[in-house]
Design a binder for this molecule. Structure first.
Ligand code: SAM
Ligand code: SF4
Length: 357
């Protein structure tokens, strides 16, 4: 049940009111997890049209008055950091670099005490001229999405001919001290599924950390097909044909990527590669995330079927304490897992670009 349906006077019967929840200020849930990582979507708009994410014509973008304002975002992040134990904040979208006032949001979040780790997931368009400023307003790390090194494939996948912009953006970000840049790659069968080795070689040479992400059922077109998905097993088999991979024994914690060190053949390693196998090797049991959409809806999971309307609370005059309580209650009710393999699995109503990937 969403808090909008309950209305402000109903706060007492909001999910936070569960009497079995221990009096712990953090974002704990019934399965022993603690969320310390907040993902904030700043916009659902995008300047690319990746085929696995949105249709060629784009989507009905959220009207500006329904999006959280810059001040509302900073207030919610402040509540998360001060009262709920959030240690890391990642801004995403849609394309976060399209958000007006991004630099101001970032500098206000980096002024919070304690200061959270701040990162951004971007498609890299326009990054070349923004990288220095992002570093100066407090961004610690960047993830850049790159699915191919071939211009014509890039244009096929993203429906825009912008590969050079992305590569220039990554290099500029590295120079600006935002590294090590993490590179997110989705492999699509029959499109770029033969490029794993080439992409890894490129990233190792440039000092970027490559992570392959299994394609998830979060596209606006509902075109995802489990049988067509390129699996972590296939990706690793491809890489192992060309590289000697050693499992990285460093504690993984809530990090979604399983990591391998790439041996240099002389007892050392040249870098690492990760695989985020959300579908074939779900990591829900170690999940430490809580999510905020651009229009102020709190989600306990990418695949959640319910949302909690924090925007209505903000605009209805709720105090920080009341908002924090509702946030705790919503996370307490988080499901054990995403259930993609369950026979009754239903894709969430919102696509990845509107939730924040
Ligand atoms: N526009 C930015 C970007 O592309 O990096 C941020 C938002 S995008 C939704 C975040 C990440 O989600 C990207 O790395 C993208 O490749 C990934 N993504 C989008 N749709 C996906 C899907 N259906 N399955 C897996 N990953 C997906
Ligand atoms: Fe835009 Fe990112 Fe979706 Fe591609 S994956 S269409 S860049 S939001």
């Amino acid at each position: 049940m969403s808090v909008t349906e309950l209305g402000l006077p109903g706060l007492r019967s909001a999910p936070g009111a569960d009497p079995t929840r221990p009096a712990d200020p953090r974002l704990i849930d019934r399965f022993g997890r603690v969320a310390t990582d907040l993902r904030v979507s700043l916009t659902d708009r995008c300047n690319l049209r990746c085929t696995y994410c949105m249709p060629a014509e784009g989507l009905d973008w959220t009207p500006t008055d329904q999006l959280l304002s810059n001040d509302e975002i900073v207030r919610l992040v402040g509540i998360a950091v001060h009262s709920l134990g959030i240690e890391e904040v990642r801004f995403t979208g849609g394309e976060p670099l399209l958000r007006r006032g991004l630099d101001s949001i970032l500098s206000q979040v980096s002024a919070l005490d304690p200061r959270p780790e701040i990162s951004l997931t971007t498609n890299g368009i326009g990054l070349a001229r923004r990288a220095e400023a992002l570093a100066s307003v407090g961004v610690d790390r960047l993830n850049v999405s790159l699915d191919t090194l071939r211009p014509e494939r890039f244009a096929t996948i993203t429906r825009r001919d912008r590969l050079t912009d992305v590569l220039d953006g990554m290099a500029a970000a590295q120079r600006a001290g935002l590294g090590p840049i993490k590179v997110n790659t989705v492999l699509l069968r029959g499109v770029n599924d033969d490029e794993a080795t080439e992409l890894l070689r490129f990233c190792l040479d440039a000092g970027y950390q490559l992570r392959f992400i299994e394609q998830m059922p979060l596209d606006a077109q509902h075109g995802w097909d489990r049988a067509e998905m390129v699996t972590a097993g296939e990706i690793l088999a491809q890489l192992r044909a060309d590289f000697d991979l050693v499992p990285d024994t460093e504690e993984r914690g809530g990090a979604p990527a399983e990591r391998w060190l790439v041996s240099d053949g002389h007892g050392g390693h040249r870098g690492s590669v990760g695989v985020i196998a959300s579908v074939t090797r779900p990591f829900c049991a170690a999940c430490d995330r809580t999510r905020l959409t651009g229009d102020g809806q709190l989600r306990s999971c990418l695949f959640a079927r319910t949302e909690t309307d924090l925007r209505a609370l903000l605009r209805g005059g709720a105090s920080d304490t009341e908002i924090a309580d509702v946030w705790r209650g919503a996370m307490w009710a988080k499901a054990a897992g995403h259930g993609i393999d369950d026979p009754g699995f239903l894709q969430p109503d919102r696509p990845m670009s509107a939730i924040g990937g």
